[in-house]
Design a protein around this ligand. Structure first.
Ligand code: BMA
Length: 302
């Protein structure tokens, strides 16, 4: 029997929206990265204000639902590669440091950059880590070395790629692992969502898929799906959802800065649930979840 795996939205959605009091986040807040450290949820979110430059705000929460936001952004453009903004963070804890991959956007390029922190306020920048891939977005680091190497997924349009490294800075072995599919929801491009989460069956990856609508080529819809990657060789896709697990449906997912978008940078293993924080219509921050058992049932169905 083929079951349909669907995420459930939080009743508190959207968790928060733009803050008109702060010029840096007065227009749009979206696409948050989240980590849970065992007692506190740390969120970095993309924000645009009066100047439409993307900066990152920081918010904390004890329950993963109610977040306290800082007055000022904690990560703002600082080098010429980031002139137009720092976008779409993903955070992975490796050892005792948090590493953030993000999109550095400038008049010349859209490239992947890396930074690290112990506390979400003071950051160390390592610069552009995929200099030969432009444009590139949607880079996520695995939380541990696999067969002796650091591993990253990234997006050379329109597909998801994998790469390997000894030091997190120099990446090689680039290989395509998954393409768009000519169906109703992922015909245009796909990209990794949050950093993959380890399960007994493989690495669980949430990804976004973009549909281009034929009669209106400029209109895109963003939806979410899951993939399962092999534990020892994550370039092997074991399974992929045939239907989206989340798609724009609520008013605040349909109307906003960019309509018809659910876009995630965060998959969290929390108690008996997987939590998926996401940006809605490039305008709001929201949460959806799924009992782990349902994901495992999907993995094990024949
Ligand atoms: C992608 C990214 C995301 C955004 C999405 C929809 O290319 O830039 O930040 O959510 O487009 O606009």
């Amino acid at each position: 029997m083929v079951m349909s795996l669907k995420l459930e939205r939080s009743a508190l959605n959207p968790l928060f929206g733009p803050n008109p009091q702060h010029l840096w986040e007065s227009r749009y807040v979206f696409n948050p990265a989240v980590v849970y450290d065992g007692s506190v949820f740390h969120m970095l979110y993309r924000a645009q204000g009066a100047d439409m430059v993307s900066r990152m705000g920081y918010a904390v929460s004890l329950d993963g639902l109610h977040f306290n936001r800082m007055e000022k952004p904690v990560f703002s453009p600082a080098v010429k590669e980031e002139l137009y903004g720092v976008e779409d963070p993903r955070i992975t804890k490796i050892g005792n440091k948090y590493y953030m991959t993000y999109t550095a956007y400038s008049p010349e390029d859209i490239k992947i950059a890396l930074a690290s922190t112990d506390n979400f306020f003071r950051w160390k920048r390592y610069g552009i880590i995929l200099p030969n891939f432009d444009p590139n977005k949607d880079a996520v680091l695995f939380p541990e070395k696999i067969v002796g190497k650091y591993v990253m997924l990234h997006r050379d349009p329109p597909s998801i790629w994998i790469a390997y490294s000894d030091d997190l800075i120099h990446w090689n072995g680039h290989k395509k692992i998954a393409d768009p599919i000519k169906n109703h929801w992922e015909n245009e491009k796909i990209g990794a969502g949050g950093p993959p989460v380890k399960t007994p069956y493989g690495w669980l990856l949430v990804y976004h898929a973009v549909q281009k609508h034929a009669p209106e080529p400029s209109r895109l819809t963003y939806r979410l799906g899951f993939m399962l990657l092999d534990l020892k060789d994550p370039s092997k896709v074991i399974k992929r959802t045939s239907e989206p697990v989340l798609e724009p449906k609520e008013e605040w997912e349909i109307f906003g800065g960019v309509p018809q978008v659910v876009f995630t940078d965060a998959l969290i293993d929390y108690q008996d649930q997987y939590l998926i924080y996401y940006g809605a219509a490039d305008n709001y921050i929201a949460l959806a979840s799924c009992p782990k058992q349902k994901v495992f049932d999907w993995i094990n169905e024949s």
